[in-house]
Design a binder for this molecule. Structure first.
Ligand code: GRF
Length: 220
């Protein structure tokens, strides 16, 4: 009998609301999805997403960065211990609001994904929606990429674009982008968990082809 390949054990790191986390948990409810969400880990005991994860039967853990003062490596070693305890194979950052040291990033080289609410390399950093509106961008969107020591850099796995409408508010644009985030993060994790993504220098190849912009485009 052919042996069904094991699903990859994934941890999602959150600091807040956790809507991308919820989208990943939902996707992984399908047994044919190649990853299982084995842990949701937060640096903030008050993160709203923790309740949703627990209500959906996902193990949760908190490593409160405030207990470590300025000692970022001690904080990250504590997170690393949690990840090892849960035998995690892939990490997804989903609104995780702590900068990571090169040490931690190296532990997860090629195995840690992040979602950023912009079409990288445009609008790295915070307040991406307000900045896209201020720059009169016609297109905006979201990117899933592998994490490298430089913030919001790293090989791109998936992107999706949305239009920026005249008179858009930051909230309206954020909602339009969030909708595609919830689509591309589960897609990107699936591709990585299936072993279909290869890092080639600063790019990703998917099934041997350059990663393409997802055609998802909200018409709202
Ligand atoms: C998302 O916009 C994500 O792209 C960014 O932080 C936000 C997190 O939102 N990295 P949520 O907690 O997943 O709802």
């Amino acid at each position: 009998m052919p042996c069904k390949s094991a699903r990859k054990r994934v941890a999602i790191l959150i600091s807040g609301r956790g809507s991308n986390m919820a989208a990943l948990i939902d996707a992984a409810k399908d047994e044919s999805y190649p990853a299982e969400i084995a842990l949701v880990l937060s640096n903030d005991p008050a993160a709203q997403g923790l309740n949703h994860a627990a209500a959906n039967g996902v193990a949760t853990a908190v490593v409160d960065h405030r207990s470590f003062g300025k000692d970022r490596e001690a904080f990250e070693h504590a997170m690393q211990r949690e990840l090892e305890t849960h035998r995690i194979e892939l990490v997804c950052l989903a609104g995780f609001m702590r900068l990571l040291t090169p040490w931690f990033v190296r532990q997860w080289d090629g195995r840690m994904l992040n979602i950023h609410p912009a079409l990288l390399p445009a609008f790295k950093g915070l307040d991406t929606h307000a900045r896209a509106i201020a720059a009169s961008a016609k297109q905006h969107g979201a990117t899933v990429h592998f994490v490298v020591p430089e913030m919001d850099a790293g090989p791109i796995i998936a992107q999706a674009a949305v239009p920026v409408h005249a008179g858009d508010t930051e909230a309206a644009l954020a909602a339009r982008v969030l909708e595609v985030e919830h689509h591309i993060y589960p897609l990107a994790l699936k591709l990585v968990a299936e072993g279909r993504v290869r890092i080639d220098g600063s790019n990703c190849l998917i099934d041997g082809q350059p990663a393409a912009l997802a055609s998802t485009s909200s018409q709202q």
